[in-house]
Write a protein that binds this ligand. Structure first.
Ligand SMILES: Cc1cc2nc3c(=O)[nH]c(=O)nc-3n(C[C@H](O)[C@H](O)[C@H](O)COP(=O)(O)OP(=O)(O)OC[C@H]3O[C@@H](n4cnc5c(N)ncnc54)[C@H](O)[C@@H]3O)c2cc1C
Length: 298
C-alpha cells in the first residue's frame, strides 16, 4: 500500500484525497497525493515508487491539467522551504524552488523592473509547471530566462540541465524525461528597466479585460496551429467565427469573453469537458480543415 512504502520525514502521503481544489478548473476529482518538502524526500519518494512499479504524475498548480474523477496514478506535489529574502533586492541570478508561483516572480519583476521577466505576467502556475510547459504570452516565453534546471529522475538520481537554444519550443520542453520531477531552477534577466513595471501593469489590465481570469478554467483549451499552407490559425478566433462562444454543455460553457477558454460554472464534470473538446475539434476540422491539438492535458 502506497501509504506505507515511502519512508521519509519530508514526504506526506494522503490516500483518496479530494483534489477538486488542486486544479484551476475545479472538476470533482479524487486521488492519492504525495507532498514532498525536500530534495532528499523527493529522491526517496521517486526511487521507492519506481522500485514498486508505481507510475506517478507531477502536479504544479493544476492550471493546465484536467484531473480525472478518480486518478489511477498518485500525484507528486512539491512544497519546499524557501528563504524569501532573496526577493529583498534585485540580483543577477536567482536559484528558486520549482514550487514557487509565477505571481511571486511577476511582483518582484514589477518592483525592480527586471527585463525579460514580463513574460510571466498573468500566467497562473508553479515555476516547475511553467518550465515543463514553456509557458508564455504575447510578451515571450519563460524558456528565454531559464539558465539551468535541476531534476530528480524516476530512479531518485539528480540530473542537471544547462539550457540552450534546443531546450524549448512552443509550449514544450525537450529535457524532462518520463518520471523526472523539476525541483530547482536558475533564472536570469536582461537588466533593469523602469518601463517593465508599466508593461506588466498594462498587460495585466488587457488580460483581465479579454480573458475570464476570475472563472474556473484551465487556460487555453487548444494550442494555436501553424502550417505552411495557412500560416498561423488561432483556435479562439475560429471558435468565435463559428458562433460557438457561449456554447453550453450542462454547466460547462465556452467563455463569452474568450472563445479558447471553457468555464466551469459549477459542478461540470470531466465527461462534459471531453464532450466539449470533441465538439469543438470536429466543428473546426469540418469548417476550416484544421486539426487543433489540445493545450490542456487530460
Ligand atoms: C486563467 C488561466 C490563464 C492561463 N494563461 C496562460 C498563458 O497565458 N500562457 C500559458 O502558457 N499558459 C497559460 N495557462 C495555462 C497554465 O497556466 C500553464 O500551462 C502553466 O505552465 C501550468 O503550470 P502548473 O504549475 O499549473 O502546472 P500543472 O498544470 O500542474 O502541470 C502541467 C504539466 O507540467 C508537469 N509538471 C508540473 N510541475 C512539474 C515539475 N515540478 N516537474 C516536472 N513536471 C511538472 C505536469 O505533470 C503536467 O504535465 C493559463 C491557465 C489558466 C487557468
Amino acid at each position: 500500500m502506497l501509504i506505507n512504502i515511502i519512508n521519509h520525514p519530508d514526504v506526506t502521503v494522503e490516500i483518496d484525497k479530494d483534489l477538486k481544489k488542486f486544479s484551476t478548473m475545479r472538476l470533482d476529482a479524487r486521488g492519492d497525493l504525495i507532498t514532498v518538502k525536500s530534495v532528499e524526500g523527493l529522491k526517496t519518494a521517486l526511487k521507492t515508487l519506481t522500485e514498486n512499479k508505481i507510475q506517478y504524475r507531477a502536479l504544479g498548480w493544476g492550471a493546465n491539467m484536467l484531473l480525472p474523477v478518480v486518478a489511477e496514478r498518485p500525484y507528486i506535489q512539491l512544497d519546499f522551504e524557501f528563504d524569501r529574502s532573496i526577493f529583498d533586492v534585485a540580483r543577477t541570478e536567482y536559484i528558486l524552488p520549482a514550487s514557487i508561483s509565477l505571481a511571486t516572480l511577476t511582483s518582484h519583476a514589477n518592483k525592480f523592473g527586471l527585463k525579460g521577466w514580463e513574460v510571466f505576467t498573468g500566467i497562473p502556475a508553479s515555476l516547475g509547471g511553467a518550465i515543463f510547459m514553456n509557458a508564455g504570452t504575447n510578451l515571450g516565453e519563460i524558456g528565454s530566462v531559464v539558465k539551468e534546471v535541476k531534476l530528480i529522475t524516476k530512479n531518485g538520481e539528480e540530473k542537471i540541465v544547462i539550457i540552450d537554444k534546443g531546450s524549448f519550443s512552443y509550449r514544450h520542453n525537450h529535457f524532462v524525461d518520463n518520471g523526472d520531477v523539476i525541483y530547482e531552477v536558475k533564472l536570469v534577466h536582461f537588466g533593469q528597466d523602469e518601463a517593465i513595471s508599466k508593461k506588466i501593469r498594462e498587460y495585466l489590465e488587457m488580460r483581465t479585460r479579454t480573458q475570464p481570469l476570475k472563472e474556473w478554467t484551465c487556460g487555453c483549451i487548444f494550442k494555436n496551429h501553424e502550417d505552411t499552407v495557412r500560416g498561423l490559425s488561432r483556435a479562439g478566433l475560429f471558435i468565435d467565427i463559428l458562433g460557438l462562444k457561449g456554447l453550453t454543455i450542462n454547466n460547462l460553457q465556452i467563455s463569452p469573453k474568450h472563445a479558447n477558454f471553457m468555464e466551469n460554472r459549477g459542478e461540470s464534470t470531466y465527461e462534459d469537458v471531453l464532450q466539449m473538446i470533441t465538439v469543438l475539434q470536429k466543428e473546426m476540422k469540418l469548417q476550416f480543415g484544421v486539426s487543433f491539438e489540445t493545450e490542456v492535458e487530460y
